[in-house]
Ligand binder design. Structure first.
Ligand code: AMP
Ligand code: GLY
Length: 423
């Protein structure tokens, strides 16, 4: 069958790489794609998030299955567009509809969903201009640090963690006054949870689910988890402390109530659920839901998966998931992301990338495109990632670093300590 993946990140290269290995995959298209996706499929670089253009591509290329990589088209309703269109309604599309995508697109929607279904998460209150006093009183009743979240999508920058109560009060007012535009016209104030974070991925068909490998990602730019937040500097899988006991808790306290919640509320949720979890004492709690796979977790997760991903995606998109578990490789995996100099602040683009063909491990491209002269050049902050396997995370990390050392572009920067905290 012909498949179309929407997106252009490392996540989409990893998904495309995995799907291209399926015996069921005929032609694979990625819109718009990047320098990596064109190695395993055909890019449609002229197509962005315009739904009519996506429709035209689906018709032109006889696409039977669409897989939506990033959250933006989901939150904007691409699945609804397919379900309501006469020409497209028989094309399978993997992703939640616009209503269900609010699990990522609106923090208050996600918190209220968790409250309705008894899913463990931090205590919270929703604040708008209409109940600022209540918000200030809630802050007074809490202990430092204070967690303030813009309700809507704010490019990963909408969460503030503040030590001083007066500063938190001032920031609450700033947010409500448009610090993050419309995204912070509502703010969720939350209890601070202290613990180690990890991510669990689940593929859902609306009623049934299959659990994918878990991962831990590293968000800060600097080694030892210091400096500014980024889109993600690396990931590892498996997560050593995610043992059978924890896995059972995650399933019974979080995965099952979540999927049962979709079913009870008749939500159209056929797609990946990304559970951002935190260990509080011995118990997992939900920090956030995302309605898509993580990046750079997908790179590690796809390399660990032995099972064919395509039949899973297809059956989930049809609401016919039968498979209950997936096969994994025995090895551990480490992904190290190489970023442009200056990222996550301002950085230059168009730097020539060399050395990637000398690398034995998997290279997943992200902010990298092929220019008119067929050179691979940087086009974003997170440029590429090397994903290596090893007998344990430490060996995988060493191999990833040895490989990434062979890759060059002006300003290249990467963390050498991905997974080191888990030793
Ligand atoms: P979110 O966008 O909700 O994932 O938040 C971004 C990051 O902020 C998370 O990955 C956590 O590291 C941190 N964070 C969010 N909520 C909390 C919380 N209630 N307690 C502690 N840290 C949090
Ligand atoms: N790695 C975190 C994310 O994809 O949002």
């Amino acid at each position: 069958m012909n498949i179309l993946i929407l997106g252009n990140g490392g996540r989409e290269h990893a998904l495309a790489w995995k799907l291209s290995q399926s015996p069921l995959c005929d032609d694979l298209y990625i819109a718009p794609g990047n320098a990596g996706t064109q190695l395993v499929g055909k890019n449609l670089p002229q197509i962005s998030n315009n739904f009519d253009e996506i429709k035209q591509a689906v018709v032109d290329h006889h696409i039977e299955l669409v897989i939506v990589g990033p959250e933006a088209p989901l939150v904007e309703g691409v699945v609804d567009f397919f379900l309501q269109d006469e020409t497209l309604k028989n094309v399978d599309i993997l992703g939640p509809d616009q209503y269900a995508s609010q699990l990522e697109g609106s923090k208050s929607f996600a918190k209220d969903f968790m409250a309705r279904h008894n899913i463990p998460t931090a205590k919270y209150i929703e604040v708008t201009q209409d109940n600022v006093e209540e918000g200030l009183a809630f802050l007074q009743s809490m202990q430092s640090p204070y967690v303030l979240k813009a309700d809507g999508l704010a490019a990963g920058k909408g969460v503030l963690i503040i030590d001083d109560v007066q500063e938190a009060e001032a920031e609450l007012k700033n947010m409500l006054n448009g610090k993050f535009g419309a995204a912070s016209s509502k703010v969720v104030i939350e209890e601070f949870l202290d613990g180690i974070e990890f991510s669990v991925f689940v593929l859902v068909d609306g009623e049934r689910y299959v659990i994918l490998p878990e991962a831990k990602d590293y968000k800060r730019i600097g080694e030892g988890d210091t400096g500014l937040n980024t889109g993600g500097m690396g990931s590892v899988s498996p997560v050593p402390f995610y043992d059978e006991v924890l896995r059972e808790k995650v399933i019974s306290k979080i995965v099952e109530p979540t999927v049962n919640g979709f079913k009870k509320e008749s939500m159209h949720y056929r797609g990946f659920v990304f559970l951002g979890l935190i260990m509080v004492g011995q118990d997992p709690m939900v920090i956030e839901y995302n309605c898509r796979m993580g990046d750079p977790e997908t790179q590690s997760v796809m390399v660990r998966m032995k099972s064919d991903l395509l039949p899973l995606c297809l059956s989930a998109s049809r609401g016919e998931l039968k498979q209950e578990s997936i096969d994994l490789i025995d090895e551990a995996v480490c992904t190290v992301v190489a970023v442009s100099g200056g990222y996550p602040g301002s950085y230059e683009k168009g730097k020539t990338i060399s050395g990637t063909s000398d690398v034995d491990e998997m290279v997943f491209f992200a902010g990298a495109i092929t220019d008119d002269e067929d050179n691979i050049v940087t086009s974003g902050g997170r440029v590429l990632a090397v994903t290596a396997k090893g007998s344990d995370i430490e060996e995988a990390r060493q191999k990833a670093l040895k490989s990434i050392d062979k890759i060059e572009f002006e300003g290249i920067n990467y963390r050498k300590d991905i997974g080191k905290d888990l030793l």
